[in-house]
Design a protein around this ligand. Sequence first.
Ligand code: ADP
Ligand code: PAZ
Length: 330
Amino acid sequence: MAGVPATPAVPPVGPDPATPLPSPWLDFTREDWAARRNNHPLSLTPDEIARVSGLGDRVDLREVEEVYLPLSRLLSFYVNATAGLHRVTTDFLGERPAKVPFVIGIAGSVAVGKSTTARILRELLLRWPQSPRVDLITTDGFLRPNAELEARGLLQRKGFPESYDRRALLRFVADVKSGKPHVEAPVYSHLTYDIVEGESVVVDQPDVLIVEGLNVLQPATVRSEQRARQVLSDYFDFSVYVDAPVEQLREWYVERFLRLRETAFASPESYFHRYAALTDSEARETAAGIWQRINEPNLVKNVEPTRDRATLVLRKGPDHAVTHIRLRRL
Ligand SMILES: Nc1ncnc2c1ncn2[C@@H]1O[C@H](COP(=O)(O)OP(=O)(O)O)[C@@H](O)[C@H]1O
Ligand SMILES: CC(C)(COP(=O)(O)O)[C@@H](O)C(=O)NCCC(=O)O
């Protein structure tokens, strides 16, 4: 028997929950990204080669030219465009334009290369007329002193969000961003493994401030932060997450530890002086233990979940070579 024609399905009202949202990202292979240089022919000047080489003999100049130089170009466009936005807003308000620094956040795991990325970008940003003064700050200066961490049972949680004075960090960046002169930040020593009492660094109305640290893209987690309704990244004009597979990170951490054993740990002043006498295999085991106890759990729980909040993700493979780049377009 011929069946009764089925009632046509009524399409649901509103977006189909099964339809994926458009991706907010533009994805580039390293080759695609390097080809951006064709639109903006760029090469390192002899001066830049000298300054970047001074950052460490392991930094590959071709990598700098193909990956970081185009990024510094893109950043210089953002700095210009942001200054333009600021100008129209002050015009609209009838206010006198004040100098407002462009703030860049750099996030990622311990040992991924945040400090190196920050230092390379600082050197390269200096070439653009928009950014003659670039200051760099690391968030380790806002770690709580060891005595306080110990009293709170947090000495084995260095680098976790709760080990920082996040309110002081937020205030510091807010002050710099508001154009305040002479803003001071505390200083952390990797040698003594503690805050250096009585020492500070001063940031004095730069054109660009780079803020580098594990947790710079952290959302509000504790109640007092949720009440304050402000987080550090609210003050960022651009942010970079430096990314790499966890096995690779573990290896870089262990390698760096082995190198430090021959250099910094050898100093009697070093908190880790006792590690200087370790054999190779003992040193590897010690480093892998610290990685597994502290840095990897922090990466998994607190750092990596912030990756998608960044404006740009640099994904690295072996030898710190950047293999993929994602740029937020929405
Ligand atoms: N682009 C790079 N090229 C070569 N080596 C790098 C690069 N970035 C970082 N490294 C090396 O990797 C290690 C970790 O880098 P570092 O910048 O100290 O990491 P983080 O600040 O994220 O802990 C260091 O030994 C550094 O010399
Ligand atoms: C100092 C750090 C917390 C990094 O701080 P950051 O500048 O990213 O805020 C980290 O490098 C560290 O020392 N972690 C403790 C575990 C370890 O000894 O590796």
